[in-house]
Design a protein around this ligand. Structure first.
Ligand code: KG4
Ligand code: ZN
Length: 336
């Protein structure tokens, strides 16, 4: 069955056609990042307006690229939560209108579940149960994926998300939004042992993360150097900082896998594009004899193909909404 999927939770307007949850027939992304760069981050009001402008051409393009019309589509999946409310509402209302006009079922899809599902597209043999590290601009979770639509949060961040932390550090060094990608690139040239950053632990919660101390520590280091008139060794700071963030993510994730005795692991979300995180997890999982899955880099950041994949499994599980569907800014991954 073919699903038309729509994503508008942050600063990408995206639509895709996905067959049986695993085969991407088309995937179109209109990114607003160049405009948000001017402000150093996403401006919600601008995001909503750009989604409203882009949604019709993006959906039309996705149908055309898949050589489909709405006649060929069996359901419409849309990201309804979590995200920027005004941004989500554009996708949700468009999907509702389309569902009303075409009488196709409307499938509400959780954004983080969709990130996890990007793995089903890149790794056809992957099936639940598995443990997934979900690391994006807004979330850092360790999720037990018991089934396609049954999730349990094992650990999560108590403060900042990993992506947010990368972006703030990058911004302090003058890199444009979203700085995580630039920081990752510059880190390749630096020495990861040049600076020692803290590894904060959360008492009595071994799988939870805390990144705010690490973020403050890198910002203070840079500001102090600037105040002393010293040149900031960007590559070494990027490499050492990336090493610390990845260390925290990998150690808690592998500890959870060991304690829960799960030997199939995956990673998802924008930060799963990080070069060091990918190589560290690949190597360590291999050494431990675990199966480890990664989405291809193009599927790590926001897209609608992953929504079409998760939407398929949501549809099969009976998660179909009527036209009262609303957007929700905050919704836990295990909401149903
Ligand atoms: O999943 P995503 O596209 O959007 C959210 O749902 O939040 O994640 C975006 C985040 C940004 O913080 C961005 O800097 C980060 O993912 N990111 C990276 C890399 N590529 C994207 N962080 C570190 N290294 C990367 N290579
Ligand atoms: Zn995302």
């Amino acid at each position: 069955m073919k699903i038309l999927s729509i994503e508008s939770s942050c600063d990408e307007t995206a639509a895709a056609v996905v067959e049986n949850g695993r085969k991407v027939l088309s995937s179109v992304i209109a990114s607003q990042v160049e405009e948000h760069k001017l402000y150093g981050g996403v401006v919600p009001e601008i995001a909503s307006r750009r989604h409203a402008e882009a949604i019709v051409p993006v959906v039309n393009q996705a149908l055309a690229d898949a050589d489909c019309t709405m006649e060929d589509i069996e359901a419409i999946a849309v990201t309804h939560a979590p995200g920027l409310i005004g941004a989500l509402l554009v996708g949700v209302n468009f999907a509702k209108g389309l569902s009303l006009a075409t009488k196709k079922p409307l499938v509400p899809t959780h954004h983080l579940r969709s990130h996890i599902a990007s793995n089903y597209i890149s790794n056809l043999e992957l099936k639940p149960p598995f443990l997934c590290l979900v690391v994006s601009g807004g979330h850092s979770h360790i999720v037990l994926v018991e089934d396609y639509t049954k999730m349990k949060i094992i650990g999560k961040t108590r403060d900042d998300a990993a992506g947010e932390c990368f972006d703030k550090a990058a911004r302090t060094m003058g890199m444009s939004y979203p700085g995580g990608i630039a920081l990752d690139k510059i880190a390749e040239e630096g020495n990861p042992q040049a600076f020692k950053f803290p590894r904060p632990v959360v008492n009595n919660a071994p799988y939870d993360f805390s990144f705010s101390g690490l973020k403050t520590s890198v910002i203070n280091l840079i500001h102090n150097m600037e105040q002393r008139g010293e040149e900031v060794p960007k590559a070494d700071i990027c490499a050492s900082f990336r090493f610390a963030v990845v260390d925290l993510l990998v150690s808690n994730f592998l500890k959870a896998a060991e304690d829960y005795n799960i030997k199939t692991l995956a990673v998802a979300g924008g930060v799963s594009a990080n070069t060091l995180l990918r190589s560290r997890l690949t190597e360590e999982c291999k050494a431990l004899g675990y199966k480890f899955y990664l989405p291809e880099k193009s599927l790590c950041t926001d897209n609608a193909a992953m929504v079409g994949s998760q939407g398929y499994y949501e549809y099969l599980s009976g998660n179909i909404s009527d036209l009262s569907l609303n957007a929700i800014a905050t919704l836990p991954i295990d909401y149903r």
